[in-house]
Design a protein around this ligand. Structure first.
Ligand code: NDP
Ligand code: MG
Length: 388
């Protein structure tokens, strides 16, 4: 191994993945150093992180936040440059000192900084799955042109990466993504029609940010993850399946052509895949609770139910519509999740809104970032105009 300290730029530092990443950095100060932190609106958290990790650069979502942060840092006797908005996130992503960027913003706003990081020749540990869904082909091209890697952070994709390690591609038959099934795994459609955002926020296994928690409840998260896996592992979407596994111990599986199935298991704790992406190909001596299968006792598996979880059928439709389908699915879902959280639409309306948008679009392929951002904006605008 190299003794060089890895210098990390962290986007989405104040979020669930961001905080878990900083936990890993804290445990291994001889290996990792934070050089830049990007947050959104949680200024008190970012200020505390800045005082603790002393980065060279900070970014926040808006001017008000920047002023508040500057005052907090002044009071602590610290002077660190603060940048704002997308230019700020891009500056964090491209800081010359950084050798790895952890992309953990939520949603489509993560795409430009992720793209910029790869273009600047940084390895990217990718949590922000929405960027891969919107622009997987482009991000892969940019990564390979700049000889850098996109390292999966998502637990399922980390599991696939580990189960694929060292195996020739030709032997892979299919990728099997596990899904906890979320809080409504056993609900009927009639019951789901009545659920509140508070109920949807209570995930049985994982403690995550609000958007991905709702995505897990609708299983749109798995739809996004199919597209994410397609690009991360260059796999035909027909070869990617979903398997419901309520205990969230088996994080995903690879089936090989001889019938062997390799899986990665572990307790549901994102610090594990984060540590793997940061330390690859090494494994860190992580002092966390370990899986005890005798205690777990039982592992259950079920086929996914596309009738109660239409997101799983919608992703096939989106994939059949090429790049525009994936971008539209993601954009419509982001808007629908915001509206559900605001109490404006019911839980089942989320998939209906996405289905409505997918019905309208024409299949198109996009090769540049402006084309992708432009199409994303058009989908969002059409939803706003239609009053849907
Ligand atoms: P959170 O909501 O907890 O965190 C999101 C982060 O993004 C926060 O730091 C937030 O800032 C920041 N942010 C949001 N909008 C903006 C913006 N416009 N400009 C700048 N920063 C912004 O989400 P998670 O950590 O749960 O998820 C992050 C990503 O990782 C998502 O793409 C998710 O799908 C993926 N992921 C998450 C997993 C998990 O276990 N949480 C597992 C696998 C993938 P602030 O809070 O300061 O406003
Ligand atoms: Mg996941």
């Amino acid at each position: 191994m190299t003794n060089k300290v890895k210098k990390i730029s962290l986007l989405g530092a104040t979020g669930s993945i961001g905080r878990s990443t900083l936990d890993i950095v804290t445990r291994f100060p001889e290996r990792y150093q934070v050089v830049a932190l990007g947050g959104g609106r949680n200024i008190s958290e970012l200020s505390a992180q800045a005082q603790r990790f002393r980065p060279q650069l900070l970014a926040v979502q808006d001017e008000t936040g920047a002023e508040e942060l500057e005052q907090a840092l002044n009071a602590a006797g610290l002077k660190i440059p603060i940048m704002v908005g997308q230019p700020g996130a891009i500056a964090v992503a491209t800081l010359s000192e950084a050798n790895i960027v952890v992309a953990a913003m939520v949603g489509a706003v993560g795409l430009e900084p992720t793209h910029a990081a790869l273009k600047a020749g940084k390895n990217v540990a990718l949590a922000n799955k929405e960027s891969m869904v919107m622009a997987g082909r482009l991000l892969n091209e940019v990564a390979s042109a700049n000889k850098v890697a996109i390292l999966p952070l998502d637990s399922e994709h980390s599991a696939l990466w580990q189960a694929l390690n060292g195996e020739p591609e030709s032997g892979v038959e299919k990728l099997i993504l596990t899904a906890s099934g979320g809080p409504f795994r056993e609900f009927s459609l009639a019951q789901m029609a009545e659920v509140t955002p508070e109920q949807a926020m209570r995930h049985p296994r994982w403690d995550m940010g609000p958007k991905i928690t709702i995505d897990s409840a609708t299983m749109m998260n798995k739809a996004l993850e199919i597209i994410e896996a397609r690009w991360l592992f260059d796999m035909a979407p027909e070869k990617i399946e979903v398997l419901v596994h309520p205990q969230s111990i088996v994080h995903s599986l690879v089936e090989y052509r001889d019938g062997s199935v390799l899986a990665q298991l572990g307790l549901p704790d994102m610090r594990l895949p984060i540590a793997y992406a940061l330390s690859y190909p090494e494994r860190l001596p992580l002092d966390l609770p370990k899986l005890n299968l005798a205690e777990t006792g039982q592992l259950d598996f079920f086929a996914a139910d596309e009738e109660r979880f239409p997101a799983l059928a919608l992703v096939r439709k989106a994939l059949a519509s090429g790049d525009s389908g994936a971008i539209a699915l993601n954009a419509a879902n982001e808007i629908a999740v915001d509206r559900f959280r605001a109490g404006e639409i019911g839980f089942l309306e989320i998939a209906k809104m996405v289905a409505g948008v997918l019905d309208e679009i024409v299949a198109q392929e996009f090769s540049t970032l402006p084309q992708i951002l432009d199409f994303d904006a058009k989908v969002r605008q059409s939803l706003l105009n239609s009053g849907n």
